[in-house]
Design a protein around this ligand. Sequence first.
Ligand code: CTP
Ligand code: MG
Length: 181
Amino acid sequence: MAVLETVVIAFWAMLPAYVPNNAAVLAGGGRPIDGGRTWGDKRVLGDGKTWRGTAAGIAAGLALAGLLTVAAPAVSDAVGFAVPEFTLPAAIALAAGAMLGDITASFLKRRTGRRRGAMFPGVDQLDFVVVSLPLTALVATEWFLEWFAWEVILVVVVLTPVLHVVTNVIAYELGLKNEPW
Ligand code: CTP
Ligand code: MG
């Protein structure tokens, strides 16, 4: 597989997992998922994980998967290789898996004494990949095997932290996020 082709497929296939985090930042607020509950003297998840943000994130990921699926045939023709169309299980696993990964990361942050918004290098950048990819492999196995060749996974693991850092710095500069990570 050519390098450019691998990068395009990796980015395209992961978009429904990338967008939920950004949508959650834009839509976040309201009731926290943990309802304010604590475990020991620390919050279970914290005020940064809300029902509204999570629902908006999943909805945005699903909507984008739909748009990409509609666009895929024309884009494939234009670029000369096939880009993925998303099945419903794949779209749900990518979008919901991304949110679940982000929530799991907050759970780990609170257990390790990190306050809301604290940095957790590595975890912040890859939490959604670590959950969304295995979940997709589990619930949309055929689709996953068709698109996630080992070199695509490699590109995802390298590209995701870079994209994460860049989008979060932009969101911070635009005043949408409190911290640039
Ligand atoms: N957000 C949300 N629901 C989610 C994820 C994010 O409402 N499931 C919103 C919150 O307003 C949150 C913001 O997006 O403050 C930034 O997300 P993130 O960086 O993940 O949360 P933090 O506030 O940094 O909290 P944490 O330390 O738990 O990551
Ligand atoms: Mg944060």
